[in-house]
Design a protein around this ligand. Sequence first.
Ligand SMILES: [Zn+2]
Ligand SMILES: [Zn+2]
Length: 467
Amino acid sequence: MEYRSDGSFETRLYRLEGSSEAGWRVFRNDKLHLSFGKGYVLLRARSCGVCSTDLARRFLPFPLPQIIGHEVLAVDQANRRFVAEINASHRSLGQDQVECAYCDHGLPTHCPQRRVLGIHDLPGGFGPFLLAPRKGIFEVPAQLSDATAVLMEPFAAALHAARTILPREPRSIAVLGTRRLGLLTVAALAAERRRQDLSFRLIGLSHHENLQRMARALGADEATPPPKPPITQPIADIVVDTTGNPQGLELAVALADKEVHLKSTHGQRAAELDHLTEAVVDEIELGTFQSTAPQSYGRLCFGSSTRPIVLWQSQEPVPEWVDESMDCVQEKDPDRARSALARQRPELPAADLAVVDHAAGVDRALRPWPSQEEGLVRARGRIEVNGISASDGPLLQALAQRNLELSTSRCGDFKQALALLKNDPGLSRELPRLITHHLPADQLSEAFEIAQGPDSIKVVVEHEPLE
Ligand SMILES: [Zn+2]
Ligand SMILES: [Zn+2]
């Protein structure tokens, strides 16, 4: 069943032809639809979870129709169970001879050539067969159940969020929107707290009593409905927004004292910004430019370079210390900016840091060219706002007035997630409680309807074993 641009599903005949060595051709109704190079293995889907990204798939900038589904438990011909990394990068496809700035520097999930299983071109786990990058598949250890394994992709993403924010040593973390990804984030934070012997307070925020109960069962110290606006004071150092809707972010901004961590990729305008989903996709952080106190920007150096590259697009003059401590490109026009950045770093023509004015400046740094999924800031880079006005929305106001930070994260590391679950048997037993509904794969529309409704947490689609 393919997913279409109006959000509906239709049955179409797909045929996959090829091999890991020769590459693959995908036929749709007997017409060549897509082709892929080598490095993909064919797996049979056993089950596949529905997540918010699937529910919002039509808002994402990738071609439709597509066979979607990326939270997959799959089997090979010998019936061995695998979970699959969804980013098919040079690295995960085994194309190590190709030079790629991101793959070569440990950021393969940001490979610019990547296809994404069940999200971008690659047929995903709501169909009976999928194509997965051959070095991105991981056999599921015997002690993990099917139900735990099918949660591996979103759990890895939740764990990545936890490991992104915990080094800041927060005293308290609130997770806003404890449903699918939110409960997994609560579980990942609680697991890391056990593993690292940390002592932050963990708060789950949800309107639904059953979700509050579940958050407590997974390790939250407290689970309550989110406070109602007007919010007069923050409730935690860091608020993780997993609501998957634009209003959630505004609430998270009001509730956070130091940092909002955004994990939603709903593809819609939020907090007066058009491209926040792209900021999450590129894992870019947002903050305020500190004109008086040069902080340590050293951590923004990419690869072996010792000076970060800053793209200065603010009206204000470049302070001397910026010129002294960074390689500065001062250029507003995006084409000329990219040419100048390419002279600084030919293999990766993007800035480590962009300093901009206003929400429009943030959007222009993230996606300056319409219909081109490319920004002027590299993945895992940073954007700082130097000038704002009253119309710039609550997020930018909070960045400027309260020094709030916005951090983001996307996909996680399957090896780390599998290792954590193997060593935390209590957690791997608890996690499947998140799966409230199992539906056969031919009832995909119903599965999406249930996943959209208030009475489900995780909906999982099951494939019949083929005869
Ligand atoms: Zn997902
Ligand atoms: Zn690459």
